[in-house]
Structures are given as C-alpha cells and as structure tokens.
Design a protein around this ligand. Sequence first.
Ligand SMILES: [Zn+2]
Length: 619
Amino acid sequence: MQILTPEFSCFATDAELIAQVAHLNTEYRKGSPLVTDAHFDALFTELEQRQPDHELVKKVQPEPLQDSKGRIAHSRPMLSTEKSYEPAEVKSWLEKIATFTGETLANGTTLIRISPKFDGCAGRFDKDASAKLITRGDGNFGNDFTHLIAHGLVFKGYGEIGEVICDEGYFQSVLKPQGVVHPRNFVAGLISADTLSPIGLKALKDGAVHFVSYDDHPGNVTVTLSAVMDLLDTVEASLIANCPYRTDGIILQVHDEQIFKSMGHGSRSHHAQLAKKIAGEPVEAEITGINWQVGRSGRVTPVLNIVPTEMSGATVSNCTAHHAGNVKAQGIGAGAVGLYIRAGEVIPKLLKVLKPSPNTVLPEECPCCQSELVWQGDFLNCNNDACEGRIASQLEFLTKTLGIDLIGRKAAEKLAKAGVDCVGLLSITSEKLIGAGFGAGQAANILSEIDRVKTNPIEDFKVMASVGIHTLGKRASKNLLSEYPLNALLSGITETQITALSGFADTKATAIVDGLEKNKALLSFLAQFFVQITPSKLVISNDAPLIGLNVVFTGTLSSGSRNEVERNAEMLGAKIQSSVNGKTNVLVCGANVGVSKTSKAAALGVKVITEADYLMMIG
Ligand SMILES: [Zn+2]
C-alpha cells in the first residue's frame, strides 16, 4: 500500500484514509511502525475530523501493543541493571553517587539498599496500565504470563517490578528428583510454555513458584554509603546464603526514591543501581562429609568433602565452609547439597546450602589432640598450645610467609609429630630431619632451602607476619613497622601507641598487644636468625645529603631500577614525588627526557640536574 503523506491526506477519500490508518495502526502495534508518530497523528486527526464516530477513532482503551513475536509492550520501558564483578567497580560506582550527592566516600550517609540478585526471570506487574504480568523481555516488549496467577503463582510483596522464581527447598526436594536441572530454566519454561506440563502445574498449585517484588523483599538491607565497601563481602555472603531462592549476586541501589530518580538512567539501566554478580557459573554438589582442621591459633575449621565435581575446568572434591558457626546455622553435613563457585584459580567457595543435611554433627574434641573444644564467637577452638595440629599449621604458615619452600602440609605434620616447632625447624639438623621421617636427600634440600632464606635480605614485615598474629598480616605489619622498628615492638608497645596510628582500631590494638606478647619468644628468635632484615622504618641521620629535599626522578636511569634509586634517595633523606610541582626542589633526569618536562620544571624554579650530577651530589 502506498503511504499517504500528511499534506496529501486531505485529498484522499474516506475509504482510503480509513484503510491507511488501520494499516499503519496494525504495523505500529506489531512493533514495526512504518511512519513517524507525527505522520500517523496527522492522518489520524484528518480521519477524526471527517468521521468522529468511526470505530478506529473511538477505540479509547487500546489493547496492549504487540510486537511481531506476539510479545506485549510495557507501558514504559523496563530497564535492566548495570553489571559488575569486582569490588573496584562497586567502589567507582559509589564514588559517582558521592559526587552526585555532594558527599565523600569516607563520610557519606546516603543510604544504599543491598538486595539479593535472584537468578530467575525478571518481570513486571503492570497494575495501572493493563493488570498484566509481563517479562522484562527486551525492556520494551515482554511475554505475558498473567495466566500463571490462576494456576497458583504466589505474590511475595507489593512492588511492581520483581522476579519469577522457584522456591529452592521445593526445587531440591520435588523438582530435582524428577530430573529438572536448574530452577531458572524451569521457571522460564513455565512462562513460555503453550501448555503447562503436569510438573509445572503441580509446582504452581503447591505454591512453589513466586513473583517476588524487589522493593519489599525481607532480605534487603540498607547501609550508609561510607560503610558499603567494608561490609560488601559480609553482606553479599549472608544475602546469598540466607535467601530462600537461587541468587547469583547482589543488587546495590540508592534507597532514597528522589535521589534514585534524579540520578536518571541511560538507555539500558538506572545510574543509581548496580548489580554485582558472582563471576562464573555456580555449581551444585552433594556434601559427603566434613574434615575438621586445626588452624595455627587453635581454630578448628570445617573442610567439606564433596562429590567430585567439575568447576571451571578442574575437578574439585573439597571446599572450605568458613567456620563451625556456619556449619551449625546452615545445617552442613553429609547428605547436604551445596552451591559453590570457583572463579579462576581460587579455592572453591560454598555460596549457600541448597538442602540441609539430615544429620549435622559438630565435633566436641580436637581432631588432633582430643582436647575439649571451646566456642569463641562463631569458631570452635582447641586451646591446647602443644596441639600437634596447631603446630603443623604454624609451621606451614611460617614457612609460606617467609618464602621457605619444600614444607607443605604433609611435611609440616611430620615435623609437628616429631615435636618440631617453628624455632625448632629453623635451627634443625640433618639427623633430626631424618629422625622425623625425611630421607637424607630431602633433609639436605630442606636445610639448604632454610639457609637460602636465612642468608638473603628479608623485609621486617614478612618476619612479623610469619608468626601468624591474626590482626597482623603483611600490610598491617608494614604499617606498624614503618612507625615502630621490630626491636621497639619486642620491648613492648601499648594499645594507646597503636591506636594513635591510622588504620588501627581499638579492638585491633588489643589483639596486637596480646599477639606480640604471646609470640615474643619466636619473634625474638627470628630477629636474630636472619642475616639481614630490611627495616620498614627509615632511620635518617641529620646530615644525610638529601635531607629536606623533594625529589622527582624521570627518564631512564643507569644506576639502578627506578624503585631502587628512589628507595636509596629516601634513605638519604629525600621525599620522593611522582611529578614536578611547586614544592619540588630537584628534578633528576635520566636518558630520554622530553623538553616539556624540563621546561615545566625550570618555569617553576626547580633545579634540573642529570643523573651524573645527582650521583656526585650524594657522594
Ligand atoms: Zn588440639
């Protein structure tokens, strides 16, 4: 059909005009409009004036629009959610919000809502427009699944936007035994099926299929902007573990409706909303039992044995379950089914228990020394300092942190069994190693490995971290040692001195003072053991050649790597800057330095010297 242009519509007969409007209207409702809205309106107005009573004109309540696939239109677009995987992406999103609200990430009080990201099918209950349930589809058109209500679809909450999803308990106990593989596929099948299967009808009738509204889901939590990054991991783990539905991440969004709206949206998603997805596809596997392992401080932690399962390219047969409190709360044990994720090379993590064990057993005594276990918060503890399991874990941790190879779990257990502790290992003899069950060749290799680490320079923070005080990992050790040298710490430091440093809260300080006291003998031994310990705290004499100077190095240096040269300059009293500014005193130029750099420095009155000049200067 030839399309009438607006300016010629007045010359068309009534019949031609009616045929035109009907045709254009049909195509438009199929989702394939042939003309612009303005063009259509012009023809429609012409018809309206000539035949105000025609049925095409009088149709007040239009049927929902349909696209060519029979999907119906949303009354306004239903956006999807921007996805992220890394905490760094969440952080930069939070920074954008802080910028928008005029706050800072450190102090912002804007509330952020965190919800589970359900792994089902998103949809909308379009109450006002059509009273229809529509899947999100492409955001403009979705599938109508209103008919599921009559079969027993349960509404959870009152929000307009939500997820169609199957109750996980029902899936595990009823659907999985009948061969249904994934709850998401099951729900997608219900929505798209022309005829509902008997299993589908029964699940609906049993009240196991829900439309869960996002806004008022009881699992949602709100935290202030400034607290999100600190709580992210904990909240994510707990939302996923405790949600009655399969979840594949979390959704963060600005809680305040006004701010949410005023932040606006792009073509696909709201700026005030972000999904943080689990990287990789979570995998189900049955738990066959629990191995309890004693950690270096006496914590007895559960390692799950699972039916060997393929996870991102590797066959996995065990997995950590964090702590005993988790085992108790989630009903972990033989016969339970867990959902795991293994991203990259990381050890698999238990995301949630899909089906609890009929028989959860918590140990009452230490698996290594049979001492009675004591609850401390969520942890079960063996408080026997002489426990072989604890000592093996200490040996394993110490050697790993110091970089001594050849001591794995098996070797550590052998040593602990022979009565060798950390001090004992570092001063061990060949006879003793052979006595502990190592071959002569193995013993020689271990001794030369210990000697290699002993005679190479080692940073003080590694030494500190190797004793395994929980609150003093490498980074915290470095912070502490940048202020107080190792010897000062060994002769005693107070909680007040520690809390005065940035990054050390009160509870941490107590644990540090405690841990230093408990590990004093081992630390004193280590302080003497190594040939050269590199201090984190620089001691600079008052007559050092670069004292008080702000220095920038640029270009290719010949006297060492950039790091080495800068560190050396720091030891000679310099403050290293990454680029020239008004406070810079000296710019040291290696080879291949552009003119722009030196001229900028000269303009600021900075002294520009060559590397050779610099070497003369420091003598
Ligand atoms: Zn024990």
